[in-house]
Design a protein around this ligand. Structure first.
Ligand code: GDP
Length: 752
């Protein structure tokens, strides 16, 4: 008997039954109870499911983020990036689905009637599977847990659950309904009734490997996802080649499968002799088979995979134990406790093995995939983060530049506005001055213009009127033309230069678009207009072309009494003294007018009285003698006749023109200020309108710049949000990776 067995017997002697030990975990009486090894799988499954749930949520969050970012900033997240993340979502959904269904699977193989069904029933502590002598199991029977209270059957050909009572009919080799040996019937057994099923273990019974022709198909369909294989051998005979062949095939398809060998029917040891020798022989052959032939376990560990049990005894004793009735005498052979213990020990070892193996096979790959998805997602988030940070920095620089530009623009606009306004004012004053000078100059040259007027002169009032009109028109035209020709060119040039200067100065504040927009506006050439209308201006002009003797008494009196230099023509309908100098100074002029009036009255009075003339003549004759008087009189008469004869049309024309020049000059002088201010107003309007147009363009440019800055700010804010969110998501990937690492460390870093 091996040391292992002695140890077990010691335990039995202490009153602890193997089955009792298996139930110890459920007592909950405050004692330290070793947890079921199967719990490892449950815990790992829960943990990995939780982690994948988190990964799923994380990917969902990332997917939403990528979609939104792609819609708002396609250069940061391309459609491919967004699709990539969506792809991860599908992968994780697939893994989560598989994980939820993952379980531990144990498959029982062996020759017909070796007791496979009995072993499963004993493990499940219930007679679930049909058993009996001969070829009892016709097809694969998979026992799995259900949350329902009712046990049902599910066949591959229908989704409709069948009654558990049909099991014999369907699966028993002796039944009339023949099922193909590689078909599988699923038995859904209430989890509440069985601990193994509760812990997610699935047990698969198979038809005897000695009767089935197609082992490859079996393996492919039922064994590739099995975590543990149990070879139920018969203690009465040695391992057969058929059994060995099957496991050779299994180990060729799976790397190092976990195989247990149950030497069943060991109750014969109670009646057989030399049983130790038999046991030793079985053990050696099994060690040879597992450790050397299959090489699925180290030879020194192979012993731990071989158990000598009696499934029948285990089943009987457990059924009675669960019912609380004593096992009838005769059902258990002598030394049954050791076999029961061996069975319980097998279960314990099996549970540890299947749990660890299932955790590794079921979750290792998923963990790796999860890590891979996490890594890829992290890379995506890292890229998005970098791109958003770069764009944020670029945009921030542009923001600063534009803000500075705007600031400069505002300051420059203020400065230029003041400067240009000042310039316009200077320009306007200058134009006013220049126009006044030009007009005065032209007034001075008016006599030449009038002289140049060449049209036959007729003193006849009707003809004279026409002549006057034509002269007025000619003067207006010539004056305007002279002003345009001699002075406007320079003025227009300086106005043009001033306008260009305004355009240049303000254009520097415009952006290219506004510049183009402004230059596309058609511009007219500026031309000063003077509006000199001599007809209106000289409408009151009345010429005086009546003959008047220069040495007449009135004329002489005026000549000697008013020798003033400055004079102007008073065209008062010929009632006054024509062509005589008159004081232009206002006060002097008023005094002179009074004197002239007095003297004229006096002269006219004296000239009309013969008495006066006689008196005057007598006085002269008395003083100079009659001869002198006669000669003087003759000379005087000759002079009179001379003047009378020379008072021709030509002389009248000259007098008319001189009077007109004097009159219109005086009138034109009166409108010098008005005309020059009118011209300056035109210039002011021209420059102010150019300035206003450009200022408006500057305002538009400013507004455009402001909205650009606003947009940039919006973009920066968006980039900040994206950067922060992508960083959070990247960190979440790190956190999930650490979760997966800790899962690996806790559940996957051990040898099975
Ligand atoms: P399977 O064909 O491998 O599933 O074998 P079964 O479980 O149907 O068992 C065949 C027969 O062997 C049944 O009559 C069982 O009662 C019997 N049997 C199973 N295990 C034992 C055992 O440990 N000892 C004895 N004496 N009989 C057993």
């Amino acid at each position: 008997m091996s040391g292992r067995l002695f140890a077990r017997l010691d335990m039995l002697n202490s009153g602890e039954t193997p089955s009792g030990r298996a139930d110890m975990r459920n007592l909950g009486n405050g004692h330290s109870i070793p947890p079921s090894p199967l719990k490892l799988f449950g815990q790992a499954k829960k943990r990995i499911n939780d982690i994948f749930k988190e990964i799923g949520e994380y990917i969902h969050e990332s997917d939403t983020f990528m979609q939104t970012t792609h819609e708002n900033a396609a250069d940061l997240v391309t459609a491919e990036d967004a699709e990539k993340v969506k792809g991860f979502k599908e992968k994780v959904d697939g893994i989560t689905e598989v994980l939820a269904r993952d379980h531990m699977k144990v498959a029982f193989f062996g020759r017909t009637s070796n007791g496979k069904s009995t072993v499963i029933n004993a493990m499940l502590r219930d007679k679930i599977l049909p058993s009996g002598i001969g070829h009892t199991t016709n097809c694969f029977l998979q026992v799995e847990g259900t949350d329902s209270n009712e046990a049902v059957l599910l066949t591959e050909d229908s989704d409709k659950p069948k009654s558990i009572n049909d099991i014999k009919q369907l699966a028993h080799a002796l039944s009339n309904m023949k099922l193909n040996s590689n078909k599988c019937i699923r038995i859904l057994w209430p989890k509440e009734k069985c601990r193994l099923l509760k812990e997610d273990v699935i047990l698969v019974d198979s038809p005897g490997i000695d009767v089935s022709p197609d082992l490859d198909e079996w393996i492919d369909e039922h064994c590739l996802d099995a975590d543990v294989f149990v070879l139920v051998a018969n203690a009465e005979s040695t391992l057969m080649q058929t059994e060995k062949n099957f496991f050779h095939k299994v180990s060729s398809k799976l790397s190092k499968p976990n195989i247990f060998v149950l030497q069943n029917r060991w109750d014969i040891s109670a009646i057989e002799e030399d049983i130790d020798e038999v046991r030793k022989q079985h053990m050696e052959r099994n060690i040879q088979f597992l450790g050397k032939e299959l090489n699925v376990v180290k030879p020194e560990d192979a012993e731990t995979r071989v158990f000598f049990v009696s499934a029948r005894e285990a089943l009987v004793s457990r059924l009675h134990e669960d019912k609380g009735t004593p096992t009838p005498t005769g059902a258990l052979q002598e030394g049954f406790q050791v076999r029961l213990f061996e069975f319980a020990n097998f279960e314990r070892t099996f549970e540890e093995c299947i749990s660890k193996s299932a955790v590794k096979t079921k979750f290792e790959l998923h963990t790796e995939r999860g890590k891979n998805i996490n890594y890829n997602l992290r890379t995506v988030m890292e890229d998005v983060h970098h791109r958003s940070i770069n764009r944020r920095d670029e945009q921030s620089k542009i923001f600063e530049q534009k803000s500075e530009e705007l600031d400069i623009m505002e300051k420059q606009t203020k400065l230029l506005t003041a400067e240009i306004k000042e310039k316009i004012k200077d320009m306007v004053d200058d134009v006013e001055r220049k126009v006044a000078c030009a007009l005065n100059e032209e007034i001075r040259r008016l006599a030449i213009i009038v002289d140049e007027f060449d049209r036959p002169f007729q003193p006849d009032p009707f003809m004279l009127n026409d002549y006057k009109k034509a002269l007025q028109e000619y003067c207006s035209k010539s004056l305007s033309e002279n002003l345009q020709t001699h002075h406007s060119a320079d003025l227009n040039k300086s106005v043009y230069a001033a306008r260009q200067n305004i355009i240049e100065r303000l254009s520097s504040l415009l952006n290219e678009a506004s510049k183009a927009q402004y230059s596309s506006i058609p511009k007219r050439d500026f031309e000063l207009t003077y509006r000199l209308d001599c007809r209106n201006l000289c409408a009151e002009f009345r010429e005086d072309i009546e003959f008047r003797f220069s040495f007449g008494p009135t004329a002489l009196m005026q000549r000697f009494l008013f020798p003033m230099k400055k004079q102007h023509y008073l065209a008062e309908g010929g009632s006054g003294i024509p062509r005589q100098p008159v004081v232009t100074d206002v006060s002097q002029s008023r005094d002179s007018e009074i004197l002239v009036a007095m003297m004229t009255t006096f002269a006219s009075v004296t000239s009309r009285t013969t008495v006066g003339a006689m008196v005057f003549m007598g006085m002269v004759a008395k003083a100079a003698g009659w001869r002198v008087i006669a000669v003087s009189g003759a000379l005087y008469g000759l002079l009179y006749f001379y003047e009378r004869l020379t008072w021709t049309n030509k002389a009248k024309e000259r007098a008319f023109k001189r009077q007109y020049v004097e009159y219109s000059s005086s009138k034109l002088r009166l409108i010098v200020d008005l005309t020059s201010s009118n011209c300056s107003h035109q210039v002011k309007q021209e420059l102010a309108s150019t300035f206003a147009q450009l200022s408006q363009q500057v305002e538009v440019s400013k507004q455009n710049l402001q909205s650009e800055i606003k947009e940039i700010q919006k973009d920066i804010d968006q980039m900040k949000d994206i950067a922060s969110k992508s960083k959070t998501l990247r960190n979440k990937a790190d956190w999930l990776d650490s979760e997966l690492n800790s899962f690996q460390l806790q559940y996957l870093q051990h040898e099975v």
